[in-house]
Ligand binder design. Structure first.
Ligand SMILES: Nc1ncnc2c1ncn2[C@@H]1O[C@H](COP(=O)(O)OP(=O)(O)OP(=O)(O)O)[C@@H](O)[C@H]1O
Length: 233
C-alpha cells in the first residue's frame, strides 16, 4: 500500500543550534490516514511541516511523500511535486486579497497541471470545481464573487480549506488552522475538514498546540524540544 508519508532517521537543526531541534527515528502514514502533530510553542511544529513540504532540507535522514524522496529532490522538480500533491492550509490563511473567493479556490488548479486535470475530470470547469468545494465547506454562493476580505475569519478559514482540497491532492497539510476560531467553529471546522479529506482519500497532517483535537486523528506525534520528537501513538 502507498505510504502518504514516511520519515526515517530525521535530524534537523537551525544554524547555531547545538542539538537537533527535530529527531524522528521512524514514522509512516498510510495513504488516507491522518496525523496530529502537537507540541509547545517552539517545539518545531512549523519546521517539521516545512520539511514535509520540501521547503526545508534535513541535515540527515529522509522524508518520503507518496514513496518519493522529497528531502532529496531539488529546485523545480520539488516545487512541481509540492504543487501537484500537497494542499496547504496556512495559519494566517494566505488568501490573495485581490482575488475573489472563487478565484482563490481555483488558484492551485492554475498552478498545477495535475490538479487542474483532476478538477476538470470531476467537474468539467474550474469554476464548478471551486463551487463544489465552497459548497462542501458551507460558504454561501452569495459570497463566491466577493473579495476574501469581506468574509469572517471562520469563513476565510473554510475558503483556505476549499483551496487546499481542489484537485484532490494526496496530502493536506494544515498549520494551526483553528487558532483564530471560537470553540463552536473549531468543532464544525474539524468535522468538515476531516470528512472532506476522507471523501477524496487524502491524508491529513494537522498541527496544533491544542491536544483536545487529537481525538479527530488516526496517529499522533508529540514534539518536545527538550527531548526531541516522540511518536506518542
Ligand atoms: N528561520 C529560522 N531561523 C532560525 N531558527 C528558527 C527559524 N525558524 C524557527 N527557528 C527556531 O526553531 C524553533 C522552532 O520553531 P517552529 O516555528 O518550528 O516552532 P513551533 O512549534 O511551530 O512554534 P509555534 O507553536 O510558536 O508556532 C524556534 O524556537 C526557533 O528557535
Amino acid at each position: 500500500m502507498t505510504q502518504a508519508l514516511s520519515i526515517d532517521s530525521l535530524r534537523f537543526n537551525w544554524p547555531g543550534q547545538q542539538a537537533p531541534l527535530l529527531r524522528i527515528e521512524a514514522l509512516t502514514l498510510t495513504q488516507g490516514d491522518s496525523l496530529f502533530v502537537q507540541g509547545a510553542s517552539g517545539s518545531g511544529k512549523s519546521t517539521l511541516l516545512n520539511l514535509m513540504a520540501g521547503v526545508l532540507v534535513p541535515q540527515a535522514g529522509e522524508i518520503r511523500l507518496l514513496d518519493q524522496p522529497i528531502s532529496r529532490q531539488r529546485g523545480k522538480a520539488r516545487d512541481r511535486f509540492r504543487a501537484d500533491h500537497i494542499g496547504y492550509i496556512f495559519q494566517q490563511f494566505n488568501l490573495l486579497p485581490y482575488l475573489s473567493v472563487q478565484g482563490n479556490v481555483m488558484l492551485p488548479a492554475r498552478l498545477s497541471r495535475l490538479r487542474r486535470q483532476r478538477a476538470l475530470d470531476q467537474h468539467q470547469t474550474l469554476e464548478s470545481a471551486a463551487a463544489h468545494w465552497l459548497s462542501r465547506l458551507n460558504i454561501p454562493e452569495s459570497l463566491w464573487s466577493r473579495p476574501v476580505s469581506a468574509l469572517s475569519v471562520g469563513q476565510q478559514q473554510r475558503v483556505a480549506s476549499a483551496r487546499a482540497l481542489i484537485g484532490s491532492p494526496e496530502l493536506v497539510i494544515a498549520d494551526e488552522p483553528t487558532s483564530a476560531l471560537d470553540q463552536d467553529n473549531v468543532d464544525n471546522f474539524m468535522k468538515v475538514l476531516t470528512e472532506q479529506c476522507r471523501s477524496i482519500g487524502s491524508s491529513l497532517v494537522f498541527v496544533s498546540h491544542d491536544r483536545h483535537l487529537a481525538a479527530w486523528f488516526d496517529q499522533h506525534l508529540t514534539l518536545d524540544a527538550a527531548r526531541n520528537a516522540e511518536v506518542a501513538s
